[in-house]
Write a protein that binds this ligand. Structure first.
Ligand code: GLN
Length: 502
Protein backbone atom coordinates (compact mmCIF):
# COMPACT_ATOMS: atom_id res chain seq x y z
CA UNK A 1 0.00 0.00 0.00
CA UNK A 2 1.39 3.44 -0.90
CA UNK A 3 2.32 5.82 1.87
CA UNK A 4 -0.94 7.63 2.76
CA UNK A 5 0.55 11.05 2.16
CA UNK A 6 1.40 10.08 -1.43
CA UNK A 7 -2.01 8.56 -2.17
CA UNK A 8 -4.62 10.39 -4.22
CA UNK A 9 -7.68 11.82 -2.47
CA UNK A 10 -9.81 9.25 -4.29
CA UNK A 11 -7.66 6.45 -2.83
CA UNK A 12 -7.75 8.06 0.64
CA UNK A 13 -11.52 8.28 0.43
CA UNK A 14 -11.63 4.54 -0.24
CA UNK A 15 -9.28 3.76 2.66
CA UNK A 16 -11.26 5.95 5.03
CA UNK A 17 -14.53 4.33 4.02
CA UNK A 18 -12.99 0.87 4.47
CA UNK A 19 -11.68 2.07 7.87
CA UNK A 20 -8.12 1.13 6.96
CA UNK A 21 -7.08 4.53 8.20
CA UNK A 22 -8.78 7.16 10.35
CA UNK A 23 -9.06 10.82 9.47
CA UNK A 24 -7.11 11.68 12.62
CA UNK A 25 -4.20 9.45 11.51
CA UNK A 26 -4.29 10.92 8.04
CA UNK A 27 -4.52 14.53 9.21
CA UNK A 28 -1.68 13.95 11.67
CA UNK A 29 0.46 12.42 8.89
CA UNK A 30 -0.01 15.55 6.80
CA UNK A 31 0.65 17.85 9.76
CA UNK A 32 3.89 15.90 10.36
CA UNK A 33 4.85 16.22 6.71
CA UNK A 34 4.25 19.98 6.85
CA UNK A 35 6.46 20.07 9.95
CA UNK A 36 9.18 18.16 8.09
CA UNK A 37 9.31 20.07 4.80
CA UNK A 38 7.55 23.40 5.07
CA UNK A 39 10.44 25.29 6.56
CA UNK A 40 12.09 24.70 3.19
CA UNK A 41 9.03 24.99 0.92
CA UNK A 42 7.08 27.71 2.76
CA UNK A 43 3.78 26.71 1.19
CA UNK A 44 1.82 27.67 4.31
CA UNK A 45 1.30 31.04 5.95
CA UNK A 46 -0.68 29.46 8.77
CA UNK A 47 -1.10 25.84 9.86
CA UNK A 48 -4.27 25.10 11.82
CA UNK A 49 -3.33 21.79 13.43
CA UNK A 50 -5.97 22.00 16.17
CA UNK A 51 -8.80 22.97 13.84
CA UNK A 52 -7.91 20.24 11.33
CA UNK A 53 -7.65 17.54 14.01
CA UNK A 54 -10.96 18.63 15.57
CA UNK A 55 -12.71 18.15 12.21
CA UNK A 56 -10.92 14.80 11.75
CA UNK A 57 -12.06 13.57 15.17
CA UNK A 58 -15.62 14.62 14.44
CA UNK A 59 -15.61 12.81 11.07
CA UNK A 60 -14.14 9.66 12.65
CA UNK A 61 -16.82 9.69 15.35
CA UNK A 62 -19.60 10.17 12.83
CA UNK A 63 -18.24 7.38 10.65
CA UNK A 64 -18.00 5.09 13.68
CA UNK A 65 -21.64 5.91 14.46
CA UNK A 66 -22.60 4.71 10.98
CA UNK A 67 -23.50 8.13 9.59
CA UNK A 68 -23.55 8.48 5.81
CA UNK A 69 -20.67 10.83 4.94
CA UNK A 70 -19.45 12.72 1.90
CA UNK A 71 -16.88 10.64 -0.07
CA UNK A 72 -14.16 13.19 0.77
CA UNK A 73 -15.10 13.42 4.47
CA UNK A 74 -11.90 13.14 6.47
CA UNK A 75 -9.55 13.94 3.55
CA UNK A 76 -7.53 17.05 4.48
CA UNK A 77 -7.36 20.16 2.31
CA UNK A 78 -5.27 23.34 2.20
CA UNK A 79 -6.88 26.69 1.35
CA UNK A 80 -5.32 29.68 -0.40
CA UNK A 81 -5.02 32.58 2.01
CA UNK A 82 -7.30 34.80 -0.07
CA UNK A 83 -10.35 32.80 1.06
CA UNK A 84 -11.81 33.71 4.44
CA UNK A 85 -11.80 31.16 7.23
CA UNK A 86 -13.69 32.04 10.40
CA UNK A 87 -11.35 32.31 13.38
CA UNK A 88 -8.27 31.48 11.29
CA UNK A 89 -5.96 34.30 10.07
CA UNK A 90 -6.45 35.37 6.45
CA UNK A 91 -4.00 37.82 4.88
CA UNK A 92 -4.25 37.47 1.07
CA UNK A 93 -0.46 37.46 1.24
CA UNK A 94 -0.47 41.12 2.28
CA UNK A 95 1.06 42.87 5.26
CA UNK A 96 -1.96 45.16 5.28
CA UNK A 97 -4.05 42.23 6.57
CA UNK A 98 -1.43 40.83 8.94
CA UNK A 99 -3.16 39.39 12.00
CA UNK A 100 -6.68 39.79 10.59
CA UNK A 101 -8.99 37.03 11.78
CA UNK A 102 -12.17 36.88 9.68
CA UNK A 103 -15.47 36.74 11.56
CA UNK A 104 -17.03 34.59 8.82
CA UNK A 105 -16.41 31.72 6.43
CA UNK A 106 -16.31 32.07 2.66
CA UNK A 107 -18.91 29.89 0.95
CA UNK A 108 -16.04 27.70 -0.32
CA UNK A 109 -14.84 27.23 3.27
CA UNK A 110 -18.36 26.54 4.48
CA UNK A 111 -18.80 23.84 1.82
CA UNK A 112 -15.47 22.20 2.68
CA UNK A 113 -16.49 22.10 6.33
CA UNK A 114 -19.98 20.79 5.56
CA UNK A 115 -18.44 17.92 3.58
CA UNK A 116 -16.09 17.14 6.51
CA UNK A 117 -12.70 18.04 4.99
CA UNK A 118 -10.18 19.00 7.71
CA UNK A 119 -8.59 22.33 6.75
CA UNK A 120 -4.83 22.04 7.30
CA UNK A 121 -4.14 25.74 6.93
CA UNK A 122 -3.74 28.70 4.64
CA UNK A 123 -1.37 28.73 1.70
CA UNK A 124 1.06 31.39 0.54
CA UNK A 125 0.37 33.58 -2.48
CA UNK A 126 1.42 36.71 -4.29
CA UNK A 127 -0.05 39.71 -2.48
CA UNK A 128 -3.75 39.99 -3.36
CA UNK A 129 -3.13 37.33 -6.03
CA UNK A 130 -1.05 39.65 -8.21
CA UNK A 131 1.82 37.72 -9.72
CA UNK A 132 3.06 34.56 -11.38
CA UNK A 133 5.81 33.48 -9.01
CA UNK A 134 4.67 33.99 -5.37
CA UNK A 135 7.65 36.32 -5.02
CA UNK A 136 5.20 39.19 -4.42
CA UNK A 137 3.96 37.63 -1.16
CA UNK A 138 4.34 40.02 1.77
CA UNK A 139 5.66 37.03 3.76
CA UNK A 140 8.44 35.71 1.53
CA UNK A 141 8.23 33.36 -1.46
CA UNK A 142 7.24 29.70 -1.68
CA UNK A 143 9.87 27.38 -3.16
CA UNK A 144 9.22 24.87 -5.93
CA UNK A 145 9.51 21.29 -4.61
CA UNK A 146 11.09 20.23 -7.94
CA UNK A 147 13.97 22.67 -7.43
CA UNK A 148 13.95 24.93 -4.39
CA UNK A 149 15.97 27.56 -6.24
CA UNK A 150 12.97 28.13 -8.48
CA UNK A 151 9.54 29.71 -8.24
CA UNK A 152 6.44 27.49 -7.88
CA UNK A 153 4.35 29.75 -10.11
CA UNK A 154 1.78 32.22 -8.91
CA UNK A 155 -0.20 33.66 -7.53
CA UNK A 156 -1.23 30.36 -5.97
CA UNK A 157 2.29 28.97 -5.58
CA UNK A 158 1.55 27.93 -2.00
CA UNK A 159 -1.41 25.72 -2.89
CA UNK A 160 0.44 24.08 -5.79
CA UNK A 161 3.66 23.53 -3.84
CA UNK A 162 1.74 22.10 -0.86
CA UNK A 163 0.13 19.49 -3.10
CA UNK A 164 3.34 18.75 -5.05
CA UNK A 165 5.37 18.38 -1.82
CA UNK A 166 2.76 15.98 -0.34
CA UNK A 167 1.89 18.48 2.40
CA UNK A 168 -1.78 18.21 1.40
CA UNK A 169 -3.68 15.86 -0.90
CA UNK A 170 -5.99 18.64 -2.04
CA UNK A 171 -5.90 22.42 -2.13
CA UNK A 172 -8.14 25.26 -3.20
CA UNK A 173 -6.72 28.08 -5.29
CA UNK A 174 -8.10 31.10 -7.12
CA UNK A 175 -7.57 32.01 -10.75
CA UNK A 176 -8.04 35.54 -12.08
CA UNK A 177 -5.65 35.23 -15.00
CA UNK A 178 -4.01 31.84 -14.46
CA UNK A 179 -3.14 31.58 -10.78
CA UNK A 180 -4.41 28.02 -10.46
CA UNK A 181 -3.30 26.70 -13.86
CA UNK A 182 0.16 28.27 -14.18
CA UNK A 183 1.37 27.07 -10.73
CA UNK A 184 -0.08 23.68 -11.68
CA UNK A 185 2.15 23.68 -14.76
CA UNK A 186 5.20 24.77 -12.75
CA UNK A 187 4.81 22.07 -10.07
CA UNK A 188 3.46 19.03 -11.92
CA UNK A 189 -0.01 19.28 -10.39
CA UNK A 190 -3.53 19.52 -11.77
CA UNK A 191 -5.35 22.85 -11.53
CA UNK A 192 -8.81 23.86 -12.68
CA UNK A 193 -10.46 27.23 -13.14
CA UNK A 194 -14.19 26.45 -13.26
CA UNK A 195 -16.70 28.38 -15.36
CA UNK A 196 -17.06 31.93 -13.98
CA UNK A 197 -19.96 31.83 -11.55
CA UNK A 198 -19.60 28.09 -11.00
CA UNK A 199 -17.99 28.52 -7.58
CA UNK A 200 -19.21 31.25 -5.21
CA UNK A 201 -16.94 34.26 -4.73
CA UNK A 202 -18.54 35.08 -1.37
CA UNK A 203 -15.70 35.44 1.11
CA UNK A 204 -13.02 35.46 -1.57
CA UNK A 205 -11.02 38.66 -1.09
CA UNK A 206 -11.54 40.34 -4.45
CA UNK A 207 -8.77 41.03 -6.92
CA UNK A 208 -10.82 41.59 -10.10
CA UNK A 209 -14.42 40.63 -9.46
CA UNK A 210 -15.34 39.92 -13.09
CA UNK A 211 -12.40 37.49 -13.47
CA UNK A 212 -11.85 35.82 -10.07
CA UNK A 213 -12.80 32.17 -9.68
CA UNK A 214 -11.82 29.58 -7.06
CA UNK A 215 -11.01 26.02 -8.07
CA UNK A 216 -9.20 22.79 -7.21
CA UNK A 217 -5.45 22.04 -7.09
CA UNK A 218 -4.68 18.33 -6.88
CA UNK A 219 -2.43 15.42 -7.90
CA UNK A 220 -4.94 13.82 -10.29
CA UNK A 221 -7.73 14.89 -12.60
CA UNK A 222 -10.27 12.74 -10.74
CA UNK A 223 -9.26 14.35 -7.42
CA UNK A 224 -9.84 17.77 -8.96
CA UNK A 225 -13.32 16.68 -10.04
CA UNK A 226 -14.13 15.38 -6.56
CA UNK A 227 -13.07 18.68 -4.99
CA UNK A 228 -14.78 20.72 -7.72
CA UNK A 229 -18.07 19.05 -6.85
CA UNK A 230 -17.66 19.98 -3.16
CA UNK A 231 -16.98 23.68 -3.69
CA UNK A 232 -19.23 24.41 -6.70
CA UNK A 233 -22.92 25.24 -6.83
CA UNK A 234 -25.33 28.12 -6.66
CA UNK A 235 -25.03 30.58 -3.78
CA UNK A 236 -27.41 33.45 -3.12
CA UNK A 237 -24.57 35.34 -1.39
CA UNK A 238 -22.85 35.89 -4.76
CA UNK A 239 -24.92 37.76 -7.35
CA UNK A 240 -22.79 36.34 -10.18
CA UNK A 241 -23.24 32.74 -9.03
CA UNK A 242 -24.87 30.60 -11.71
CA UNK A 243 -28.15 29.01 -10.75
CA UNK A 244 -27.81 25.74 -12.63
CA UNK A 245 -26.67 22.24 -11.70
CA UNK A 246 -22.93 21.60 -11.23
CA UNK A 247 -21.64 19.95 -14.44
CA UNK A 248 -21.16 16.16 -14.06
CA UNK A 249 -17.41 16.49 -13.50
CA UNK A 250 -16.77 13.33 -11.46
CA UNK A 251 -18.63 11.12 -13.90
CA UNK A 252 -16.63 12.72 -16.74
CA UNK A 253 -13.29 12.18 -14.99
CA UNK A 254 -14.13 8.52 -14.47
CA UNK A 255 -15.23 8.15 -18.11
CA UNK A 256 -11.92 9.42 -19.56
CA UNK A 257 -12.79 8.61 -23.16
CA UNK A 258 -11.76 10.89 -26.02
CA UNK A 259 -13.10 8.71 -28.84
CA UNK A 260 -14.61 11.10 -31.41
CA UNK A 261 -13.75 14.20 -29.37
CA UNK A 262 -12.78 17.19 -31.50
CA UNK A 263 -9.81 19.07 -30.03
CA UNK A 264 -8.86 22.46 -31.42
CA UNK A 265 -5.27 23.61 -31.09
CA UNK A 266 -5.23 27.39 -30.75
CA UNK A 267 -2.68 28.74 -33.22
CA UNK A 268 -2.20 31.99 -31.25
CA UNK A 269 -1.38 30.14 -28.00
CA UNK A 270 1.84 28.47 -29.04
CA UNK A 271 4.82 28.73 -31.31
CA UNK A 272 7.05 31.76 -30.94
CA UNK A 273 7.78 32.67 -27.33
CA UNK A 274 7.04 29.15 -26.09
CA UNK A 275 10.01 27.09 -24.92
CA UNK A 276 10.75 24.29 -27.44
CA UNK A 277 10.46 21.59 -24.73
CA UNK A 278 7.08 22.94 -23.62
CA UNK A 279 5.90 22.79 -27.24
CA UNK A 280 7.41 19.32 -27.73
CA UNK A 281 5.62 17.85 -24.68
CA UNK A 282 2.42 19.52 -25.88
CA UNK A 283 2.70 17.97 -29.35
CA UNK A 284 3.44 14.53 -27.89
CA UNK A 285 0.34 14.77 -25.69
CA UNK A 286 -1.75 15.70 -28.72
CA UNK A 287 -0.40 12.66 -30.56
CA UNK A 288 -1.43 10.43 -27.63
CA UNK A 289 -4.94 11.89 -27.68
CA UNK A 290 -5.14 11.39 -31.42
CA UNK A 291 -4.04 7.79 -30.98
CA UNK A 292 -6.90 7.35 -28.50
CA UNK A 293 -9.46 8.47 -31.07
CA UNK A 294 -9.59 12.25 -30.74
CA UNK A 295 -9.64 14.41 -33.82
CA UNK A 296 -7.06 17.21 -33.71
CA UNK A 297 -7.62 20.36 -35.75
CA UNK A 298 -5.99 23.77 -35.75
CA UNK A 299 -8.17 26.77 -34.98
CA UNK A 300 -7.42 30.47 -35.01
CA UNK A 301 -8.58 32.98 -32.40
CA UNK A 302 -7.19 36.21 -33.85
CA UNK A 303 -8.17 38.51 -30.97
CA UNK A 304 -6.14 36.52 -28.44
CA UNK A 305 -3.02 38.49 -29.36
CA UNK A 306 -4.62 41.43 -27.52
CA UNK A 307 -5.73 39.45 -24.45
CA UNK A 308 -2.75 40.30 -22.27
CA UNK A 309 -3.06 44.03 -22.99
CA UNK A 310 -6.81 44.04 -22.31
CA UNK A 311 -6.36 42.04 -19.10
CA UNK A 312 -3.74 44.45 -17.77
CA UNK A 313 -6.22 47.30 -18.13
CA UNK A 314 -9.32 45.53 -16.85
CA UNK A 315 -7.61 43.82 -13.91
CA UNK A 316 -5.88 46.93 -12.49
CA UNK A 317 -9.08 48.95 -12.98
CA UNK A 318 -11.12 46.51 -10.95
CA UNK A 319 -8.31 45.96 -8.44
CA UNK A 320 -7.82 49.69 -7.80
CA UNK A 321 -11.48 49.92 -6.94
CA UNK A 322 -11.61 46.71 -4.86
CA UNK A 323 -8.51 47.63 -2.86
CA UNK A 324 -10.00 51.00 -1.85
CA UNK A 325 -11.58 49.15 1.08
CA UNK A 326 -8.17 48.90 2.76
CA UNK A 327 -8.48 52.33 4.27
CA UNK A 328 -6.98 51.68 7.74
CA UNK A 329 -10.35 52.56 9.25
CA UNK A 330 -12.32 49.34 9.32
CA UNK A 331 -9.75 46.56 9.50
CA UNK A 332 -6.16 45.81 8.73
CA UNK A 333 -2.98 47.75 9.31
CA UNK A 334 -3.18 51.27 10.68
CA UNK A 335 -0.06 53.41 11.02
CA UNK A 336 0.32 57.15 11.43
CA UNK A 337 2.65 59.24 9.28
CA UNK A 338 6.06 59.86 10.85
CA UNK A 339 6.42 63.04 12.85
CA UNK A 340 2.78 64.15 12.59
CA UNK A 341 1.09 64.75 15.95
CA UNK A 342 -2.58 64.74 15.10
CA UNK A 343 -2.77 63.18 11.62
CA UNK A 344 -5.90 63.51 9.54
CA UNK A 345 -7.81 60.41 8.42
CA UNK A 346 -6.39 60.92 4.96
CA UNK A 347 -2.82 61.03 6.24
CA UNK A 348 -3.40 57.80 8.19
CA UNK A 349 -4.87 56.14 5.10
CA UNK A 350 -1.94 57.20 2.95
CA UNK A 351 0.66 56.11 5.50
CA UNK A 352 -1.06 52.76 6.11
CA UNK A 353 -1.46 51.96 2.43
CA UNK A 354 2.12 52.99 1.81
CA UNK A 355 3.37 50.69 4.58
CA UNK A 356 0.94 47.82 4.00
CA UNK A 357 0.94 47.38 0.22
CA UNK A 358 3.89 46.01 -1.74
CA UNK A 359 5.31 47.38 -4.99
CA UNK A 360 3.26 45.25 -7.39
CA UNK A 361 0.01 46.19 -5.66
CA UNK A 362 0.90 49.87 -5.79
CA UNK A 363 1.86 49.56 -9.47
CA UNK A 364 -1.54 48.11 -10.31
CA UNK A 365 -3.50 50.62 -8.24
CA UNK A 366 -1.73 53.42 -10.10
CA UNK A 367 -2.36 51.75 -13.47
CA UNK A 368 -6.02 51.11 -12.70
CA UNK A 369 -6.70 54.55 -11.32
CA UNK A 370 -5.16 56.04 -14.44
CA UNK A 371 -7.14 53.80 -16.81
CA UNK A 372 -10.39 54.74 -15.07
CA UNK A 373 -9.74 58.45 -14.86
CA UNK A 374 -11.96 60.81 -16.79
CA UNK A 375 -10.56 61.55 -20.21
CA UNK A 376 -8.79 58.18 -20.40
CA UNK A 377 -11.65 55.85 -19.51
CA UNK A 378 -12.88 55.34 -23.08
CA UNK A 379 -9.41 55.09 -24.55
CA UNK A 380 -8.18 52.46 -22.10
CA UNK A 381 -10.85 50.72 -20.02
CA UNK A 382 -13.53 51.09 -22.71
CA UNK A 383 -11.26 49.69 -25.46
CA UNK A 384 -10.16 46.82 -23.23
CA UNK A 385 -13.80 45.86 -22.67
CA UNK A 386 -14.37 45.82 -26.43
CA UNK A 387 -11.38 43.52 -26.88
CA UNK A 388 -12.84 41.33 -24.16
CA UNK A 389 -16.01 40.95 -26.23
CA UNK A 390 -13.96 40.03 -29.31
CA UNK A 391 -12.13 37.36 -27.34
CA UNK A 392 -15.41 35.87 -26.11
CA UNK A 393 -16.63 35.87 -29.73
CA UNK A 394 -13.47 34.06 -30.88
CA UNK A 395 -14.23 31.33 -28.34
CA UNK A 396 -17.86 31.06 -29.48
CA UNK A 397 -16.71 30.70 -33.09
CA UNK A 398 -14.05 28.11 -32.18
CA UNK A 399 -16.47 26.00 -30.15
CA UNK A 400 -18.77 25.78 -33.15
CA UNK A 401 -16.30 23.40 -34.74
CA UNK A 402 -14.56 21.74 -31.76
CA UNK A 403 -15.53 20.34 -28.33
CA UNK A 404 -12.48 21.55 -26.42
CA UNK A 405 -9.47 23.74 -27.12
CA UNK A 406 -5.88 22.97 -26.17
CA UNK A 407 -2.61 24.83 -25.67
CA UNK A 408 0.46 24.71 -23.46
CA UNK A 409 -0.47 26.18 -20.06
CA UNK A 410 2.55 28.41 -19.70
CA UNK A 411 5.29 29.34 -22.19
CA UNK A 412 8.11 28.22 -19.87
CA UNK A 413 8.99 25.88 -17.04
CA UNK A 414 9.64 27.21 -13.51
CA UNK A 415 12.14 30.06 -13.60
CA UNK A 416 14.77 31.07 -11.06
CA UNK A 417 13.99 33.44 -8.19
CA UNK A 418 14.64 37.01 -9.21
CA UNK A 419 14.55 36.23 -12.94
CA UNK A 420 11.47 38.32 -13.75
CA UNK A 421 11.03 40.37 -10.60
CA UNK A 422 12.41 43.57 -12.10
CA UNK A 423 10.65 43.06 -15.41
CA UNK A 424 6.86 43.12 -14.81
CA UNK A 425 6.07 42.63 -18.49
CA UNK A 426 7.94 39.34 -18.72
CA UNK A 427 6.21 38.23 -15.49
CA UNK A 428 2.84 39.17 -17.04
CA UNK A 429 3.67 37.17 -20.18
CA UNK A 430 3.59 33.95 -18.11
CA UNK A 431 -0.20 34.10 -18.39
CA UNK A 432 -0.48 34.69 -22.11
CA UNK A 433 -2.22 31.34 -22.61
CA UNK A 434 -4.39 31.31 -19.48
CA UNK A 435 -5.86 34.84 -19.52
CA UNK A 436 -8.28 34.45 -22.47
CA UNK A 437 -10.38 31.96 -20.47
CA UNK A 438 -10.79 34.42 -17.58
CA UNK A 439 -11.76 37.24 -19.93
CA UNK A 440 -14.44 35.04 -21.50
CA UNK A 441 -15.57 33.34 -18.27
CA UNK A 442 -14.99 29.84 -19.65
CA UNK A 443 -13.42 26.92 -17.72
CA UNK A 444 -9.82 25.74 -18.07
CA UNK A 445 -7.77 22.83 -16.75
CA UNK A 446 -4.01 22.32 -16.62
CA UNK A 447 -2.38 18.94 -16.17
CA UNK A 448 1.26 17.84 -16.35
CA UNK A 449 2.39 16.87 -19.84
CA UNK A 450 5.92 15.72 -19.00
CA UNK A 451 9.34 17.09 -18.21
CA UNK A 452 11.52 19.50 -20.11
CA UNK A 453 15.20 18.73 -20.68
CA UNK A 454 15.97 20.65 -17.46
CA UNK A 455 13.92 18.06 -15.54
CA UNK A 456 11.08 20.49 -14.75
CA UNK A 457 7.38 19.85 -15.42
CA UNK A 458 5.45 21.29 -18.35
CA UNK A 459 1.70 21.94 -18.49
CA UNK A 460 -1.07 21.06 -20.95
CA UNK A 461 -4.16 23.28 -20.93
CA UNK A 462 -7.69 22.34 -21.98
CA UNK A 463 -10.50 24.90 -22.41
CA UNK A 464 -14.23 24.27 -22.82
CA UNK A 465 -17.38 26.35 -23.32
CA UNK A 466 -19.04 27.88 -20.25
CA UNK A 467 -20.80 25.25 -18.13
CA UNK A 468 -19.12 22.40 -20.02
CA UNK A 469 -16.47 21.90 -17.31
CA UNK A 470 -17.11 18.16 -17.52
CA UNK A 471 -15.47 18.06 -20.98
CA UNK A 472 -12.19 19.21 -19.41
CA UNK A 473 -12.29 16.40 -16.89
CA UNK A 474 -13.11 13.77 -19.48
CA UNK A 475 -10.30 14.78 -21.84
CA UNK A 476 -7.88 15.60 -19.00
CA UNK A 477 -8.36 12.23 -17.30
CA UNK A 478 -7.92 10.45 -20.63
CA UNK A 479 -4.63 12.23 -21.33
CA UNK A 480 -3.45 11.67 -17.76
CA UNK A 481 -4.05 7.94 -18.09
CA UNK A 482 -2.19 7.76 -21.42
CA UNK A 483 0.77 9.70 -20.05
CA UNK A 484 0.97 7.73 -16.82
CA UNK A 485 0.95 4.47 -18.78
CA UNK A 486 3.92 5.79 -20.69
CA UNK A 487 5.77 7.01 -17.58
CA UNK A 488 4.88 3.96 -15.50
CA UNK A 489 3.64 6.19 -12.66
CA UNK A 490 2.67 9.75 -11.93
CA UNK A 491 4.74 12.79 -12.77
CA UNK A 492 5.38 13.41 -9.06
CA UNK A 493 6.96 9.95 -8.79
CA UNK A 494 9.71 11.49 -10.92
CA UNK A 495 10.24 14.52 -8.64
CA UNK A 496 13.42 14.60 -6.54
CA UNK A 497 12.95 13.64 -2.88
CA UNK A 498 12.83 16.62 -0.56
CA UNK A 499 15.16 16.74 2.37
CA UNK A 500 13.13 16.07 5.48
CA UNK A 501 13.83 18.01 8.64
CA UNK A 502 14.48 15.76 11.67
N1 GLN B 1 -0.44 36.30 -12.90
C1 GLN B 1 -1.68 36.97 -13.15
C2 GLN B 1 -1.66 38.33 -12.51
O1 GLN B 1 -0.68 38.67 -11.95
C3 GLN B 1 -2.81 36.13 -12.65
C4 GLN B 1 -3.18 36.38 -11.26
C5 GLN B 1 -4.30 35.52 -10.79
O2 GLN B 1 -4.82 34.66 -11.52
N2 GLN B 1 -4.71 35.78 -9.56
O3 GLN B 1 -2.60 39.05 -12.56
Amino acid sequence: MTDPIRATADELSRRLTAREVSSVELTQAYVDRIGAVDEEIHAFLHVDTEGALATARDVDARRAAGEELHPLAGVPVAVKDVITTKGVPTTAGSRILEGWVPPYDATVTRRLKAAGLPILGKTNMDEFAMGSSTEHSGYGPTRNPWDTGRIPGGSGGGSAAAVAAFEAPLAVGTDTGGSIRQPGAMTGTVGVKPTYGGVSRYGLIALASSLDQAGPVTRSVLDAALLHEVIAGHDHCDSTSIDSPVPPVVEAARRADVGGLRIGVVRELGGEGFHPDVSARFDESLALLEGAGAEIVEVSCPSFVHALAAYYLILPSEASSNLARFDAMRYGLRVGPDGVDAPSAEQVMAASRDAGFGDEVKRRIILGTYALSSGYYDAYYGSAQKVRTLIAQDFVAAFESVDVLASPTSPTTAFLFGDKLDDPLSMYAQDVATIPANLAGIPGLSLPSGLAADGLPTGFQLLAPALADDRLYNAGAALERLLEEQWGGTILDRAPELEVAP
